[in-house]
Design a protein around this ligand. Structure first.
Ligand code: GAR
Length: 198
C-alpha cells in the first residue's frame, strides 16, 4: 500500500504540479490523495481537480480561530487516512499542537538554503528579495520536517542555485523552483514515503 499524502497549498501550486507529475516516476511509494487549500483563489486547486485528486478548502476566516482551523484540518486528514502531509507553498504557520500531532510526518519546501532567509515572515518572493538584498551569490531550496519552530525542523534535502547578474526576485524565484524545488520535493517525498513503509 502506498503512503497516503495530503498536499497543503495556498497559491499557484507549481510544487504540487511537480509532485503530481512525479507520481509513478520519482514518487512511487506514496500517492497524493488530497489537496487542501486555505485560499479559495489558489490555482493549485485547479491543478488538483485536473489531476482527479480530492480537494478541500479550509479557511481561518470561516473557522473563526487557529484552533478551530486546525481541528477542521485534522478531521479532514483523518477522514482520508492521511499518513504524510506535504506543505507546498502553504502560507500559514501551523501551531505546535498541530505539528506535534504529526511528528516527522509533515514536510515543507522552503526556497532558500536554511538557516539563511527563513523563519516567520520569510515566504514566497520575500525570501528571494532578502537573498538579493543581502548579496549572497548562492541560494537554493530546502526540504525539511516541520516542527514547532518555523522552518526549524530537521533538514531532509537541499540543493544550491547560483545567483546570476541582473537577477530580480522573480527571475531568481523561477530558477530556484526549476533547478531545485521541483526536483527536490518529489525526491524527498519519495524518501520519506519509502521510509514509512519499512
Ligand atoms: C515556493 O517557492 C515555495 O518554496 C514557497 O512558496 C512558493 C510556492 O509556489 N514557500 C515558502 O516560501 C514557505 N515558507 P507554488 O505555489 O507555485 O508551489
Amino acid at each position: 500500500m502506498k503512503t497516503k499524502i495530503a498536499v497543503f497549498v495556498s497559491g499557484g501550486g507549481t510544487n504540487l504540479q511537480a509532485l503530481i507529475d512525479a507520481q509513478g516516476k520519482t514518487l512511487v511509494s506514496g500517492e497524493i490523495v488530497l489537496v487542501v487549500s486555505n485560499n479559495p483563489g489558489a490555482y493549485a486547486l485547479e491543478r488538483a481537480k485536473k489531476a482527479g485528486i480530492d480537494t478541500a478548502l479550509v479557511t481561518k476566516r470561516e473557522c473563526g480561530s487557529q484552533a478551530a482551523f486546525e481541528a477542521k484540518l485534522k478531521e479532514i486528514l483523518a477522514s482520508h487516512g492521511i499518513q504524510l502531509i506535504v506543505l507546498a507553498g502553504f502560507m500559514t504557520i501551523l501551531s505546535a499542537d498541530f505539528t506535534a500531532s504529526y511528528p516527522r510526518r509533515i514536510l515543507n519546501v522552503h526556497p532558500s538554503l536554511i538557516p539563511s532567509f527563513c523563519g516567520e515572515g520569510f515566504y514566497g518572493l520575500r525570501v528571494h528579495e532578502a537573498a538579493l538584498s543581502y548579496g549572497v551569490k548562492v541560494t537554493g531550496a530546502t526540504v525539511h520536517f516541520v516542527n514547532e519552530i518555523p522552518d526549524g525542523g530537521e533538514i531532509i534535502a537541499q540543493r544550491a542555485v547560483y545567483i546570476e547578474p541582473g537577477d530580480t526576485p522573480e527571475t531568481l524565484q523561477r530558477r530556484v523552483m526549476e533547478q531545485a524545488e521541483w526536483v527536490l520535493l518529489p525526491q524527498a517525498a519519495e524518501q520519506v514515503c519509502a521510509e514509512l513503509q519499512k
